[in-house]
Design a protein around this ligand. Structure first.
Ligand code: GDP
Length: 296
């Protein structure tokens, strides 16, 4: 199984070296704060973490690397809101399948995540229908089709340029007819104009809701894009009721600190992480493991 990236982790090592060094003066604390900001933890959180850590280190009078590490880890874990509900709802309700919409800008890993998520549901003994509602690029539907074949899920698709909402509607209808557990809808991610996106995603959701409730709207964010991820999250949260974040490409970066900001600002939990391009490279978000990876 793939793992979170740890190797190139100067972040954790740099922090711990500073924290357990001989001189923990104002300059050292500033540097610690800067490292946190560089790793996309966010200015506000970085400030709070440093302040709280500084007090604890002083009160406890500790400089032992293991103890300092434990204190820093506890601060980071607390900033990731360990209390949030992170399970993805994939269970059908009554006659209706669970409906999951996967949203995000192009290239973040929506289609890949859709395929991997289908694999998880099928691996747990469930059944899935996939909907290719990104009708703007023929390649997108092709790619989802390939994933469907790989994981054993039928794909509902239409010709290029078809109405995304009608594809989503048909996918949910097919899911109901076939009595499957979960319908997962891959959507388009053009962010040319916010209004366009708003109209389209909103319409997809409204049309699906004529048939079934929408149980999850998973926003996919690429961990390597830093602050851009936060901007994307803000736009999507305005447009649809995002229920969870999928943080992809964590195998390629130790920077995922962006989630601390996203979760705090939007109050939406990271539910899943992408750890590679393969069908089994999707895992539930584990706060402790995530912080361990950040600290290296
Ligand atoms: P979409 O445009 O949002 O649907 O993005 P895609 O699903 O097409 O993914 C874009 C690229 O990112 C593809 O090359 C994927 O294989 C790759 N990708 C997606 N998720 C991950 C991940 O968790 N780790 C890595 N390393 N690559 C990923």
């Amino acid at each position: 199984r793939a793992r979170l990236a740890q190797s190139q982790n100067v972040f954790g090592r740099g922090l711990l070296t500073l924290l357990s060094g001989d001189t923990l003066d104002d300059d050292a604390w500033d540097e610690i704060e800067e490292i946190l900001i560089t790793s996309d933890v966010g200015v506000t959180s970085a400030g709070q973490i440093v302040e709280s850590l500084r007090t604890k280190v002083r009160v406890l009078g500790t400089r032992k690397p293991e103890e300092v590490r434990a204190l820093l880890k506890a601060e980071l874990v607390a900033h990731i809101n360990p209390g949030l509900e992170r399970a993805v709802r994939t269970e059908p309700h009554g006659e209706s399948p669970a409906v999951i919409m996967v949203v995000g800008v192009n290239g973040v890993g929506k289609t890949t995540t859709t395929g991997k998520l289908a694999r998880v549901v099928i691996g747990d003994g469930g059944t899935v229908v996939l909907g290719a509602a990104d009708t703007f690029r023929a390649a997108a539907a092709e790619q989802l089709q390939t994933w469907g074949e790989r994981v054993g899920a039928p794909v509902v698709r239409k010709e290029e340029g078809a109405d995304p909402a009608s594809v989503a509607f048909d996918a949910v209808s097919r899911g109901i007819e076939d009595g499957v557990d979960t319908v997962i809808i891959d959507t388009a991610g053009r962010l040319h104009t916010k209004t366009g996106l708003m109209d389209e995603l909103g319409k997809v959701k409204r049309v699906v809701e004529k048939k079934s409730q929408v149980d999850e709207v998973l926003l996919v964010l690429d961990a390597t894009t830093g602050q851009n991820g936060l901007r994307q999250a803000r736009v999507f949260a305005e447009v649809v009721n995002v229920t969870g974040i999928v943080l992809t490409k964590l195998d390629g970066t130790a920077k995922g600190g962006i989630i601390i900001q996203v979760q705090r600002e939007l109050g939406v939990p990271v539910k899943l992480v992408g750890l590679g391009e393969g069908p089994d490279d999707l895992a539930p978000f584990d706060t402790e493991a995530f912080v361990d990876a950040i600290l290296g």
